[in-house]
Write a protein that binds this ligand. Structure first.
Ligand code: GLN
Length: 274
């Protein structure tokens, strides 16, 4: 029976990444990374060896680690993800920070997350702000199944999930804060055919010739769903800041700004309803 240390060294060499090998073996064994280090001389059961080999082969073929383990950390939450949902990215935590800073302190502010996917943004805001009443929409029923499970697994009760296309299911409703990480990649961007993006839902990634089709719809549609003084904040690509600000200004939003992510790239733009 092969020892754990040899299996890991072999997988790390094949994947070119020791951390990924550790994560996949930890997933098979249901153990944290520290356990793997302490048990490097253990022999593994044949069934575990086979399960690990299958995951390493799928990873070699390009499948994202998060889809192989079905888990991804975001903010303070552990989220379930599957191929119906975008894999939450660390840079999206900037959107959560900017949103929390703009939530009214008192009362029970109404918050809307458009295109919630795994629920990452809505659940992070709801966790930090238990008095907020959060609504999260998605056009994908399959994604909403995952998002609802993530609310349950993290014991978050102040999010309501609604099926529908952007603002369509919310006729007559208003919010103090609307957030979104919409699709924003140009349809012909070669990155869509590379890396993890190949395995993620196209509907969560690509949005027309300049990547801005859905942002245009959100900017136009959100106006009538914001309470007076309410904020719209959304994520976008590093080269879309100026276009995003122009869309908000053209639609009559005030206090328009763009914020940079930890790598110094334009990432989130927002504006306020007059
Ligand atoms: N940030 C993702 C990427 O560029 C795209 C996510 C999105 O389109 N919302 O990989």
């Amino acid at each position: 029976m092969p020892e754990l240390r040899h299996l890991l060294a072999d997988a790390a060499a094949r994947l070119g990444d020791r951390a990924e090998a550790d994560i996949l073996l930890g997933h098979v064994l249901g153990t944290p990374r520290s356990w793997l280090i302490a048990h490097a001389d253990d022999a593994l059961a044949d069934s575990d060896v086979a399960a690990f080999a299958a995951l390493v082969a799928r990873r070699e073929a390009g499948e994202p680690v998060a889809y192989l383990t079905g888990r991804r950390g975001f903010w303070t939450l552990e989220l379930e993800v599957d191929p119906a949902t975008l894999i939450p990215r660390p840079e999206t935590e900037l959107l959560v920070e900017l949103a929390l800073a703009r939530l009214p302190a008192g009362g029970s502010p109404r918050v809307l997350d458009l295109g919630t996917g795994s629920g990452a943004i809505a659940l992070a805001i709801a966790r930090e702000c238990p008095h907020a009443r959060v609504t999260a929409t998605d056009a994908s029923a399959a994604a909403l199944v995952v998002a609802r499970r993530n609310a349950g697994r993290n014991r978050i009760a102040n999010v309501a999930f609604v099926h529908g296309d952007w603002l369509a299911p919310l006729v007559g409703e208003r919010f103090e804060l609307i957030v979104s990480n919409p699709p924003y990649i140009a349809t012909d961007d070669p990155h869509l055919a590379q890396g993890d993006l190949r395995f993620e839902p196209a509907s969560a990634l690509a949005s027309g010739p300049d990547g801005l089709d859905d942002i245009r719809r959100i900017v136009a549609g959100a106006r009538t769903h914001l309470a007076p003084g309410g904020w719209l904040l959304f994520e976008h690509g590093w080269d879309q800041g100026a276009a995003a600000r122009a869309l908000l200004e053209g639609a009559g939003y005030g206090e328009v700004f763009t914020a940079q992510d930890l790598e110094g790239r334009d990432r989130v733009t927002g504006g306020r309803s007059a």
